[in-house]
Design a protein around this ligand. Structure first.
Ligand code: ZN
Length: 257
């Protein structure tokens, strides 16, 4: 901006006049902003039209997202975690130390793919000692995996909403549904501050897990915001983007002192 103002100053008019003009300028952000922009979408279209590998990658991603598109709204709302989770390590077999079979739409019971034992969600996998920060139940671990999967699905549905000819609206609607489920649950889940900023927790176990989730959600919002009503946009910005990302959330820059 300073460079721009200097250029404007040398091109004519005083610096004070340029600053005044800049402050009076009605600046509007271009959307989608962030990691995925209109240029990204155009690039994907170009590659899909010309590259076999791109079509294979796209088809695989489309297939991966399909269950999130077809699951019933009632199922999604019911299974959506209403409380904070913990690290995904807890979602493992106490005997075989492998990941249990993960189904994002079923948290009733969990099965080990090796020994075939079935566990209730509140089973302690025994990975971490009680009273340590990562200690949790299998359900705590499932919650972590759910958020990683759901947020990625929201982002991918956002991308698909820009690319799918006949299904674009449907993809956008489901992405919005996921975003609004987060907006509904997050106000009751204030950040649990840790000793260091990177150890604060919102949804998963600390910044490492939460950052991935929140970046996906922010990208999804940018891609589908034009499909949202003004009230949905306001709700989402108020409960998620502004409240949690800007003011209270561990995505804040780490500051010492
Ligand atoms: Zn097992």
């Amino acid at each position: 901006m300073l460079l721009l103002l200097c250029f404007m100053n040398s091109a004519g008019g005083g610096l004070s006049n340029s600053l005044l003009a800049a402050s009076e300028l009605k600046v509007r952000w271009r959307h989608p902003a962030g990691l995925v922009t209109d240029e990204t979408i155009a690039d994907i279209k170009t590659k899909l039209a010309s590259q076999d590998w791109a079509r294979r990658v796209y088809d695989a991603k489309r297939k991966q997202v399909e269950p999130w598109l077809t699951v019933a709204s009632a199922t999604l709302a019911e299974v959506f975690p209403k409380r904070r989770g913990n690290v995904y390590h807890n979602f493992s077999c106490p005997q075989d130390r492998c990941r249990l079979a993960f189904d994002p739409f079923d948290a009733q019971q969990f099965k080990c793919p090796i020994c075939q034992k079935v566990f209730t969600p509140e089973t302690d996998a025994g990975v971490y000692p009680p009273a340590t920060r990562y200690h949790g139940t299998m359900y705590d671990g499932w919650i972590c995996l759910f958020h990683l999967a759901a947020s990625e699905a929201a982002q991918d549905l956002g991308v698909l909403s820009r690319l799918e000819v006949s299904d674009g609206q449907r993809c956008a609607a489901r992405a919005i549904e996921l975003l609004l489920l987060y907006a509904e649950v997050l106000p009751g889940m204030p950040t649990k501050f840790g000793d260091a900023p990177q150890m604060s927790v919102l949804l998963t176990y600390h910044r490492e897990g939460d950052s991935k989730v929140l970046n996906h959600l922010a990208t999804a919002y940018e891609l589908v915001r034009d499909h949202m009503t003004r009230e949905q946009q306001r709700l989402y910005r108020k409960t998620f983007l502004f409240h949690h990302l800007r003011n209270r959330h561990p995505l804040q820059p780490i500051r010492k002192g």
